[in-house]
Design a protein around this ligand. Structure first.
Ligand code: IVH
Length: 695
């Protein structure tokens, strides 16, 4: 006979397996399948079960453990003091209970106040950084709380983590703990670029931070804008270095760490709830994700008396924000065509409020994403605003699926009038990407509009009075259909000009101003002109490199024509240019092989005066040399140093290799300096470098 206990035991095993599965996805794969709120529900169910049947609790139970076992990718680090988790509060009553519990435990006189530190709960990746005699010696992830992963080199690339503690009075040995996070604007930009390139998009900034931090190559970590807030400590040689949490935060600031500016000291439950309300209100303005507020008893002697219960301290609690999720129906999936023809599916939703904002359109990124989540038109979907900015579909409520819902078929022809075939993007290595593109190039009206938007944008022509909105009207009226048309507006017949004025409601003066602004843009730098062509893979940076490499428009054009004709060595010569790879070369050849594109190019060129690129010095002492700057520069910023070196004809690289000629090392230089020494690369100080270049 099956008893209640047997059923509970089976349920306990099932929940345990499920929680461990989701922990591994979350902590080790950066690919969670559940929202945080849904995950919390699983843990709550397990806790309730264990409350009824305490005999089910073992040391392995997820209620007693944190995180996930470490991966074999990194060397293990034993945490001297475990990195624990926090108990959660969801309702105001939970917070009142928390304060009451603490007062009772400590037997605090009703007339006496007790202070708390309230801090935003940063939704990032926790990290423990060991300093010995003020020097950063080791950094580790939380792992399972006892055993973490050694990520020292990666952590050293994070700009707001000091390599050497500032100020004085630091204990000989201290582990600083805090959260590594990915700012929201950088996250959105990175994901947009990844989606464009058909690469992996991250579900949220936390996963992106975790992914960046757990790279085997620290250079990749360095290229991500990670940040860090310090809020706790682990092992410390002098446990009395401070008497309260608030003092510790001040010390961390003095030592050169960023401490969250919204951390504040309050003295009762009401005060805590006020902090919670105000942070919830400002949440979307912070620029990084927070998922609640952490309340900590301020006095450390109290903290010691309160101690721990299994995996969390009795002296702290995390007051979580309610999930920013809502259910709504997916009415349609529309396809948007981007500038280079990438087809992006967009979900049209029955409008729904998520965290105070109405959401009706959500990007579905690409075909694989739709298939992976098995999203079908007519489905009831769960919408979430990750980091309070970018709405996303977390998943489908399968139980509500209409009987007639069919899997989504990604279009095989472009929604444009040309009905061109949609092709799967292939990268330079010949691997298939996730993106699908319309093969119609600039003949596709969707691509053409996106392309024109790019041409008139700030980064290219930057014409005052010709923004996206006006451009669209000009396009619809047939006044502008390719870049050259912008410069032909003034010479248009009277009928067109009247159309322009009527439609725009523009007076004579604004028309005159617009024409003048356009005239001013006939003189254009070679790099802007190349960027204006809208060639795949060629953004501002690559355009600049090409302009530098070829110097003038005729030289650029001649090299491209030679490559198109496949003259001996012509294609190879493109790749030999500094920092130009095969995919850029291929895109250039494809562009110049296309008569339609070349026509656009020539008509555009005929309207412009393209200035030659600034000559790069060839005779300087460093021309042609590859230089790496590392450590802190004291006389100028990194950007300045880089521009100056490039002007002198040097190439500035981010990492040291056998091809590096010079490493300029400032204070705090670490692994790059070591590598330079190993490889026998010349190392000099900033002053020596300045003397060498004659500054
Ligand atoms: S204190 C003994 N303070 O939340 C617990 N944690 O659920 C020490 N977190 O693992 C943690 N912001 O990753 C603390 N201001 C803050 C925090 C914070 C975010 C994270 C941390 C921790 C998790 C606990």
């Amino acid at each position: 006979m099956t008893t209640d206990f047997d059923t509970a035991k089976t349920e306990h095993e099932r929940l345990t397996a499920e929680i461990n599965h989701h922990r591994a996805l979350y902590y080790n794969e950066e690919a969670p399948e559940l929202s945080d709120a849904d995950y919390d529900v699983l843990e709550q169910q397990l806790r309730q079960l264990e409350a009824h049947y305490p005999q089910l609790v073992t040391t392995e139970s997820p209620t007693e453990t944190v995180g996930a076992p470490v991966s074999a990718k990194f060397a293990p680090v034993q945490h001297g003091i475990p990195m624990l988790s926090l108990d959660n509060a969801f309702a105001p009553e939970d917070v009142v209970d928390f304060v009451g519990r603490i007062r009772r435990f400590l037997k605090i006189d009703p007339l006496e106040t007790i202070h708390f530190a309230a801090e935003p709960k940063i939704d990032g990746v926790s990290c423990s950084i060991l300093y010995m005699n003020g020097e950063l010696v080791r950094a580790a992830t939380r792992g399972d709380g006892r055993l973490g992963e050694d990520i020292t080199e990666n952590v050293k690339t994070i700009r707001d983590i000091p390599h050497k503690l500032a100020g004085t009075g630091h204990p000989d040995r201290i582990e600083i703990r805090g959260e590594v996070y990915f700012p929201l604007d950088a996250f959105a930009a990175m994901n947009a670029a990844a989606a464009d390139a058909g690469a992996k998009v991250f579900a949220n900034p936390r996963n992106a931070a975790s992914g960046a931090l757990r790279q085997l190559d620290a250079q990749i970590t360095a290229s991500r804008p990670l940040h860090f807030f310090a809020y706790a400590w682990g092992e410390v040689s002098d446990p009395d270095f401070v008497a309260t949490q608030s003092e510790a935060l001040q010390k961390f600031r003095d030592w050169g760490f960023s401490v969250n500016p919204r951390s504040i000291r309050v003295f009762n439950a009401e005060g805590l709830l006020e902090v919670y309300d105000s942070l919830q209100l400002d949440r979307s303005q912070l620029g990084y994700d927070i998922d609640g507020v952490v309340y900590k008893v301020d006095r450390l002697d109290y903290q010691r008396r309160l101690g721990f219960v299994s995996r969390s301290p009795r002296w702290a609690i995390a007051h979580k924000f309610p999930a920013q999720q809502a259910l709504t129906h997916l009415q349609a999936i529309d396809i948007q065509v981007g500038r280079i023809g990438t087809l992006t599916p967009v979900a049209r939703l029955a409008p729904v409020t998520v965290g105070g904002v109405v959401v009706s359109n959500v990007t579905l990124h690409n075909a694989d994403e739709i298939a992976r989540k098995d999203i079908r038109i007519g489905d009831l979907v769960r919408v979430q605003r990750a980091g309070d900015v970018i709405p996303q579909i977390v998943g489908v409520e399968l139980s509500e699926r209409p009987a007639n819902a069919v899997p989504y078929n990604f279009p095989t022809i472009c929604p444009c009038t040309l009905k061109t075939e949609v092709v799967r993007e292939v990268n330079a290595k010949g691997e298939e990407g996730v993106a699908r593109r319309c093969s119609g190039e600039h003949a596709c009206p969707h691509q053409r509009v996106e392309y024109l938007k790019h041409v008139v944008s700030r980064r290219v022509l930057d014409i005052e009075g010709l923004g996206e909105k006006q451009l669209l009207k000009f396009y619809e009226d047939g006044l502008i259909s390719e870049p050259a048309d912008v410069f032909k507006l003034e010479a248009r017949d009277a009928v067109s000009l009247k159309k322009l004025k009527d439609r725009e409601g523009m007076g004579d003066l604004s028309v005159k101003n617009l024409f003048k602004a356009i005239e001013d843009r006939r003189d254009i730098s070679l790099e802007r002109f190349i960027a204006a062509l809208g060639i795949k893979h060629i953004g501002d940076t690559t355009a600049k490199l090409l302009a530098r490499a070829y110097g003038s428009e005729p030289a650029f054009r001649a090299a491209m024509t030679a490559a198109v004709k496949d003259e001996p060595g012509a294609r190879a010569a493109i790749i030999e240019q500094d920092q130009i790879g095969p995919s850029v070369a291929e895109a250039l050849v494809a562009y110049f092989s296309n008569d339609h594109e070349v026509g656009i190019y020539e008509r555009f060129l005929a309207e412009l005066r393209v200035k030659d690129a600034e000559a790069v010095a060839t005779g300087s002492s460093v021309s042609g040399k590859t230089v790496v700057f590392t450590g802190t520069l004291e006389k100028m910023t990194r950007d300045e140093a880089k521009t100056q070196a490039e002007r002198l004809g040097a190439k500035v690289a981010g990492s040291v290799s056998a091809k590096t000629h010079i490493v300029v090392a400032g204070p705090g230089a670490g692994s790059k300096l070591k590598k330079a020494e190993e490889l026998g690369v010349a190392v000099m100080t900033e002053d020596e470098w300045l003397t060498m270049i004659g500054v």
